[in-house]
Every structure is written in C-alpha cells, then in structure tokens.
Design a protein around this ligand. Structure first.
Ligand code: ATP
Length: 246
C-alpha cells in the first residue's frame, strides 16, 4: 500500500512480545507485533479493552521494554540500551499526551510546558520563548499564564499537546486523548493532533475508542488479543473500517 511522498519510517517495531505479571500468573499481553510509524501521518490504534493498546504504546515510547522483539526509534536501535539510555532516547524523541492531561496543578500553562523542556536540558529565556511558541501553535497564546484549575478540559489537553510538542520530538504518542472531553472539545483536540501530524518530521500515534475520530486518521491499526488484526489507510482506500467493539 502506498504512503505519502516525503514520508519516512520514524519508528519500527518488529516481533514485539510482552509478558506481564509474575509466574505462575504470567500473561502474554503482546504476541508478536510488527508496526511502522511514518512521518507526516496520524495513526490511530484501536481495539477492544484489554487487547494491549496501552502496553504497546508504553513499549513504543520506551517506557517499558519488550520481552522479545526489536524497536528502532529515529534510527536508534533500542534492544541493547540500558535504562538510562532508553530514558534519554525517550526524552529527546518522544512526546506523550495522556487522557488525564497530567499537568502540574501549581504551575501555569507556560511553566508546565517549560518543565518538559527542562527535562530536555533547555531552560532560561530560550525555554520560555519555545514554550510560549508551543502554546501559540495549539491556539493558547492568550492563556500562557493561566493555571490548570482555571482552564477547560479542552484547554488543558491543548497545553499537554504543547508540552508534548516542545523540544520537537519525532514521535507523539497519545493514550485516549479525547476520552475525558465532550464531543466538541474532543474533536478539536483530534483536529489539532491531525495538524501536528502533518509536520513531515514527525509521526503521531493515538489510542482511541472514539469512532468519531476516524475521519482524522491517515492510518488505522486495529489490535485484538495482543495481535495486529488490521491496518488500513481510509483516506486512500475509501473503505469503511471495521473496528472491534470496545
Ligand atoms: N502488570 C500486569 N500484570 C498482568 N497483566 C497485566 C498487567 N498490566 C496489564 N495487564 C493485562 O494486559 C492486558 C492488556 O492491557 P492494556 O492496558 O495494554 O490493554 P488496553 O487495550 O490498553 O485496554 P483498555 O482499552 O481497557 O485501556 C489486559 O488483559 C490487562 O489485564
């Protein structure tokens, strides 16, 4: 199947197996996943509850190591990396967006974004400018000094997208980014992620149960019982995508 021009593989997972839990109650949560993320694309990861989506996202984002299999991120092969090397790779190349925003409640919007830059060793006036720029890019230039408690859910999620964008990671991983939002704010956040994904240096992968988000996808991957059950490019194929029920 064809991919957009100028697009390249920025993340590649091969034969990913993940066993969780301790013997004798071990569970093979991922059973051999092959997956590629391309720059300039928004990929949605869908599948029933318990199918392994969050576990897979954690492995792709170098939070968890696979039991078996290989991961290459931005050209770096991770399978021989120690914990510190993996954390450095994650800080530099991956931005996360969570369902519950995960903002620090005592910090303003711009300070929340600056915190992410500080983790990437960028601080001082340059960090402030870069954080303000990231907030501007998500339409929150007028809210940079707002506290999370004074923001709507949609605004908080946009701050968390700005935080993920700061430092220009090559991959943004979002776990149910619209789940806590009403329909209007949820679609606005999805539209923003689709726009963020148009940058040809970056790929975005979002786990979602929300069928209304399908319209924004360049690619939809479905997972069922720890295995890839399907992959489609709806904008190119024009096919209706069958997604397993939640
Ligand atoms: N620490 C653990 N030990 C054992 N099993 C686990 C552990 N963590 C998760 N699991 C199991 O792994 C499976 C996959 O979990 P995961 O959270 O990745 O699924 P998911 O597709 O993201 O689900 P949901 O849509 O409900 O968030 C589930 O059956 C879960 O019960």
């Amino acid at each position: 199947m064809s991919t957009p021009m100028n697009s390249k593989v920025i993340l590649e997972a091969e034969g990913i197996v993940k066993v969780l839990g301790a013997a004798p109650n071990e569970v093979k949560v991922l059973k051999g996943i092959d997956l590629q993320l391309h720059t300039g694309e928004l990929t949605l990861l869908m599948g029933p509850s318990g199918s392994g989506k969050t576990t897979l996202l954690s492995i792709l984002g170098c939070i968890l190591s696979p039991t078996e299999g290989k991961l290459t991120l931005s050209g770096f092969k991770t399978h021989n990396m120690n914990t510190e090397e993996l954390a450095n790779l994650r800080r530099k190349h991956v931005g996360f967006v969570f369902q519950s925003y995960n903002l620090v409640p005592t910090l303003t919007a711009v300070e929340n974004v600056m915190l992410a830059l500080d983790l990437r060793d960028l601080n001082g006036p340059d960090a402030y400018d870069q954080a303000a720029e990231a907030l501007e890019a998500v339409g929150l230039g007028h809210r940079i000094n707002a506290m999370p408690s004074k923001m709507s859910g949609g605004e908080k999620q946009r701050v968390s997208i700005a935080r993920a964008l700061a430092g220009s990671p090559s991959v943004i991983l979002a776990d149910e980014p619209t789940a806590a939002l009403d329909a209007k704010n949820g679609m606005a956040v999805m539209e923003l992620l689709a726009k963020v994904a148009q940058d040809t240096r970056r790929a975005v992968l979002a786990v979602t149960h929300d069928h209304r988000t399908l319209q924004y996808a360049d690619r939809i991957i479905t997972i069922d019982d720890g295995r890839i059950a399907g992959s489609d490019r709806p904008k190119l194929s024009g096919k209706e995508v069958q997604v397993p029920a939640h």
